[in-house]
Unconditional design. Structure first.
Lengths: 113, 115
C-alpha cells in the first residue's frame, strides 16, 4: 500500500514554462514533506521542504504547495530550464525528530529547449 | 569531502556471496539511514540509526540483511547469501538529530548487481 503516490511517471515541459509536479499521500500523520531531485548515477539532492503548518514555501524558482485537506502537494518550477531535467521524488515523514522518509516512485521531468 | 560518501560505487557479485557496503555520513550528523532503490521503484527504507539508540530495523527485507554503525559515524550494510532480487542501488543518508524538520542528505549510492 503506497503511502506516497506520484501518479505521473513522466512530464515534458518547454523551456521557460512552468513545471508542475504532483504528489498525493494517504497517511494523515505525515507532517513534513520534501522534494528531492535525482540525476542518473547520483544520489537524490534535497530541493525544498514544507512543514504541515504552512501551505506554501518558496525558494527561488521552486515553490511547494501543500493542501492538507486534500492530502496533496505540488512542486512548481518556474521558469523551467533544461538543467531541471531529472527525476523528482516526493517524500514525507512524521517529524518530531528525524524519522525515515517515505518516498513516491518519482516523476521524470524533461525540459525541452 | 563535505557530503555523504559511499563505497564501493559499483559492486558485481555472484549469487550466494556476502557483500558489505560502506557509508561515511556528513560530519556532525547523528542520524543515519539506509534506503534502496530497485529498478523503476521509489526509495525503500531499510534501517535507521539515531544517535546511541537501538537502530530501527523495521525496513530490512530479511534476516540476510544487517547493518552496524561504529563509533556513531561510519556504517556498514551487510547482505549475506545474496539473491538476484537484492540487485538495487543502495543509498545512505544522514541528518542532524536535533531539531525537527532536518532534511536528509544522500550519498551517490552503491549499485549492487547479483549475477
Amino acid at each position: 500500500d503506497q503511502q506516497v503516490k506520484q501518479n505521473s511517471p513522466s512530464l515534458s515541459v518547454q523551456e521557460g514554462r512552468i513545471s508542475i509536479l504532483n504528489c498525493d499521500y494517504t497517511n494523515s500523520m505525515f507532517d513534513y514533506f520534501l522534494w528531492y531531485k535525482k540525476y542518473p548515477a547520483e544520489g537524490p539532492t534535497f530541493l525544498i521542504s514544507i512543514s504541515s503548518i504552512k501551505d506554501k514555501n518558496e525558494d527561488g524558482r521552486f515553490t511547494v504547495f501543500l493542501n492538507k485537506s486534500a492530502k496533496h502537494l505540488s512542486l512548481h518550477i518556474v521558469p523551467s530550464q533544461p538543467g531541471d531535467s531529472a527525476v523528482y521524488f516526493c517524500a514525507a515523514s512524521v517529524t518530531r525528530g528525524n524519522t525515515p522518509l517515505v518516498f513516491g516512485k518519482g516523476t521524470r521531468l524533461s525540459v525541452i529547449a | 569531502g563535505a557530503g555523504v560518501s559511499q563505497s564501493p560505487s559499483n559492486k558485481v557479485t555472484e549469487k550466494g556471496k556476502d557483500v558489505e557496503l560502506r557509508c561515511d555520513p556528513i560530519s556532525g550528523h547523528t542520524a543515519l539511514y539506509w534506503y534502496r532503490q530497485s529498478l523503476g521503484q521509489g526509495l525503500e527504507f531499510l534501517i535507521y540509526f539515531q544517535g546511541n539508540s537501538a537502530p530501527d530495523k523495521s525496513g530490512l527485507p530479511s534476516d540476510r540483511f544487517s547493518a552496524e554503525r561504529t563509533g556513531g559515524s561510519v556504517s556498514t550494510l551487510t547482505i549475506q547469501r545474496t539473491q538476484q532480487e537484492d540487485s538495487a542501488v543502495y543509498l545512505c543518508a544522514s541528518s542532524f538529530l536535533t531539531g525537527a524538520n532536518q532534511p536528509q542528505h544522500f550519498g551517490d549510492g552503491t549499485r549492487l548487481s547479483i549475477l
